[in-house]
Unconditional design. Structure first.
Length: 95
């Protein structure tokens, strides 16, 4: 049923759909409209974030937020994902 259904999905530029991926735990889009030109890293679009429930991932997220290791300009834990709108919020934590 899945193969037949996938064959009916129209795709841009007539490229075939890729083979079915491994299980997907999260899906997000980047927020290119909220980053300054030339910035190395782009944040996650906080309005479109899909996650499969996972307590280990949730606990890691909570731990990061509670630790509060945010660096202005270089983001959470100083990893370089900062300096854009929402970097201290969900957009930056998920980056």
């Amino acid at each position: 049923e899945g193969k037949e259904a996938r064959s009916r999905v129209q795709v841009m530029h007539d490229k075939p759909l890729p083979p079915k991926p491994k299980p997907i735990d999260a899906y997000f889009t980047r927020d290119y409209n909220m980053v300054n030109p030339g910035h190395k890293h782009v944040g996650v679009q906080g309005g479109f974030l899909i996650v499969k429930p996972n307590m280990d991932a949730f606990n890691e997220y909570v731990s990061i937020v509670l630790e509060g290791d945010f660096h202005q300009g270089s983001g959470w834990e100083g990893k370089g994902y900062g300096g854009y709108f929402g970097a201290q919020q969900i957009q930056g934590v998920c980056s």
